[in-house]
Design a protein around this ligand. Sequence first.
Ligand code: PHE
Length: 371
Amino acid sequence: MAYTVPKLKDFSAKALDKAAAKLLSALEDETKAVASEGDWKEFRDRWMGRKNGVLTQINVLWLKAAPKDEKKQVGQRVNELNKQVEAKVDTALQRAQGGASEAKLAAERVDITLPGNVRPLGAEHPIIKTMNEIVSVFRNLGYSVEEGPEIETDYYNFEALNFPPNHPARDTQDTIFIANQESKATRDRLLLRTHTSPVQIRAMERTKPPIRIVVPGKVHRNDAADATHSPVFHQVEGLAVDTNITFSDLKGTLDHAMKALFGSSVKTRFYPSFFPFTEPSADVQISCLFCGGKGYRDGGRCPNCKASGWIELLGCGMVDPNVYGFADYDAKKVSGFAFGMGVERIAILKYGVDDIQMFYHGDVRFLEQFR
Ligand code: PHE
């Protein structure tokens, strides 16, 4: 039967001893039964609850009920019992908590033969990866990295690059213009840059010669998306201006860069071309990676280079003297070259990707191959 606090008639030391012993033995028994935190709360309330806990009851039934001349010794007893009950309640809590984690530990078994939790690792996007590779080839040659805005003015994208207003060369870059710019002078109108070349001018405005920079970045053209076109793509621009830089410096630099990117057996060829901001201008072709430059493979024409043995990869040339005028460089004292390459195009060749759209779909099965 559960312990209840008795009313006392006899307040002698002997009677108090007996009553206290009964109470303490009940306390001991009930302490043993506390196995969880839930048990413990009940236990605590039963013994220490303000309203009707055992301690409150002995205060009323024993101390307050004691006749005047017994109060002192009953008070001492009750105080002692208070302390003993509090101490038991404390240790019971520690036991209940410790017991719970011991029970948990007993139930948990670590199977060290199970495979660990494998967290899927992210991968660098192939475009960023390729862009970083291109940039690092030029950083190793002493070039530094510059960037410029994607929303550009007509001035930097065209005019300062020697595309005069209304010049037909502008038509080669299907430009996306920002709407409602008609009230501005043509040169201030905003557009999405069609190439990274405007950063040539921006960098030369900031830096006196000599200058050697590479410019990675995103560019936009009004092209319909298909397997080989995307309205948004990436370029890496290069610019080197110093005294006595020649076309053979350009050839040597790009030949080295193509070998660094595609392997030392790759050959380069410079093919006459036109850009308003370089003179002379050239397209750089590399020997076809698929047929080794032979033009045929697997007993037929090589489809990758259309049997020519060469793949066109980038544009370049000697900086046109007119461009120096826009940048406040003295065209009589300096010379230099510039080049611009498409990152997607290089990534497609390096990794044998047959659809440029794969780069933008975010399909994990495609992307995780570049880890
Ligand atoms: N900006 C040119 C393009 O996008 C490439 C280029 C850069 C050509 C630098 C010559 C020099 O087509």
